[in-house]
Design a protein around this ligand. Structure first.
Ligand code: SAJ
Length: 403
């Protein structure tokens, strides 16, 4: 391991990646200043508390803040290393929205000095590190060939396991030139136990998009199977378990659709830049995006059997045991069921205290009051439910967890 010699780091964006990264670096000897546009986020962190749910993050943030190694603010500070971890969503037409990366780069530009390293960690379309980050810094007079080192190192951590994976995962590092790559590799080697793999910034960008597209395509296969099995009267989870006993088959799990800020988004970055060549990736997106509609149709067919059914929806998050609702198919499904006036819709989300749109209830109450139980997320709380306890109810289990 290389020592960090009390270097300073400025992290822009204190969300699901920025905050864990900032607090981890704060406990590894770096002096870290985190920046966010939300006053609430900044205040919460400065009090040593967190605004998101992620195992053990509260302990890490508290310890980094108490040691004085992590501060948060609305404005950047001078630093040796700048890390940009801001959102990269897509626009209505599925084209990448790089406005946060542009804004973050403009925000740090006046603080950047010769010798600094600037790293883009946000998942980005190919060329973003060169054209947007290095490009904007160059436009304001920075010498990105010899003085300011710009690199991409995509985050690859799985929500729910972020702190472990931040340290243990291999990282892909690619600079806009050789010198930038070297500087960035040196930095990651100070706190990553996994291997730091070296490439250029465009390949690093594409690698991240590839990983998430691979997963999307494979989930689409499972979701397509769930539609076929439903028609054929075959239990899809039993089928997948059996097929997966083949030594070279490893099918993922069907669900109510693919959510989150990564897998449902990143493949579009590939499609946007190579539309003619990415037919499989596009079809996978379409298959996964169709799944929530299919679930709604299934609920409608069951609801037709009642005058005005009570439908209990279990889970809103995009996946198990997180509070993250971004791009969550469960939210879309619940919203549609309410808008369609199918009956009385009850909602449980054990990882949230409240929601601006839905009145959340304890899941036991939701289950007992419902004619139709719609399981949308495989949260640990719901795994204790048994089909035998739901006998007189209709159960639609989109995750295959209730036995
Ligand atoms: N899902 C299924 N079936 C499965 C697996 C997942 O329906 O068998 C659904 C989940 O319910 C969820 C969505 O897919 O709605 C995505 O969940 P996930 O657990 O597959 O992935 P994320 O979005 O939490 O994190 C992914 C990870 N990428 C890969 O595994 C290739 C993570 O390593 C990345 O760092 C992250 O995207 C990211 O930030 O890009």
């Amino acid at each position: 391991m290389v020592t960090n010699l009390n270097k300073t780091v400025c992290v822009i964006g204190l969300g699901y990646i920025g905050l864990p990264t900032a607090s981890l670096l704060g406990t590894k000897g770096y002096k870290v200043h985190g920046v966010d546009t939300s006053r609430h986020v900044v205040d919460t962190i400065n009090e040593g508390r967190i605004h998101i749910v992620e195992p053990d993050l509260d302990i890490l943030v508290k310890s980094a803040v108490q040691s004085g190694n992590l501060t948060a603010g609305l404005e950047p500070q001078k630093a040796d290393v700048f890390i940009l971890s801001v959102p990269t969503p897509f626009k209505d037409n599925h084209q990448p929205d790089l406005s946060y990366v542009e804004a973050a780069t403009r925000t740090i530009a006046p603080y950047v000095e010769a010798g600094n390293l600037v790293i883009l960690e946000s998942t980005s379309p190919v060329g973003t590190t060169e054209d947007v980050v290095a490009g904007l810094l160059k436009d304001v007079g920075h010498d990105i060939e010899k003085e300011v080192f710009v690199a991409h190192c995509p985050e690859r951590v799985l929500p729910g396991r972020i702190l472990t994976e931040l340290v243990e995962n291999d990282r892909i590092v690619g600079g806009v030139n050789k010198l930038a790559t070297e500087k960035a590799v040196e930095f990651y080697n100070t706190f990553v136990r996994g291997e730091v793999l070296v490439t250029d910034s465009r390949t690093a960008e594409m690698a991240k998009l590839t990983e998430n597209s691979f997963r999307d395509v494979n989930i689409a296969f499972a979701n397509e199977l769930s539609l076929i099995c439903d028609q054929e009267g075959i239990g899809v989870w039993e089928l997948i378990a059996l097929a997966n006993r083949h030594p070279r088959v490893s099918i993922l799990q069907p669900g109510p659709g693919v959510g989150g800020h990564c897998i449902a988004v990143d493949p579009w970055f590939i499609i946007a830049s190579a539309p003619e060549s990415s037919r499989l990736i596009r079809t996978a997106r379409e298959v996964n995006d169709y799944k929530p509609e299919w679930v709604i149709e299934k609920v409608k067919r069951s609801a037709d059997k009642f005058k005005r059914p009570t439908i209990g929806c279990l889970g809103l998050a995009f996946k198990a045991d997180v509070d993250d609702l971004r791009e969550s198919p469960a939210v879309d499904i619940v919203r549609k069921l309410i808008n369609d006036g199918l009956g009385t819709i009850l909602v449980a989300e054990p990882n949230l205290h409240e929601h601006t749109e839905f009145d959340l209830r304890p899941y036991e109450e939701v289950v007992s009051a419902s004619d139709i139980v719609l399981l949308l997320v495989d949260h640990k709380e719901f795994r204790d439910l048994r089909a035998s306890d739901l006998k007189e109810k209709i159960l639609i289990d989109t995750r295959g967890v209730i036995v």
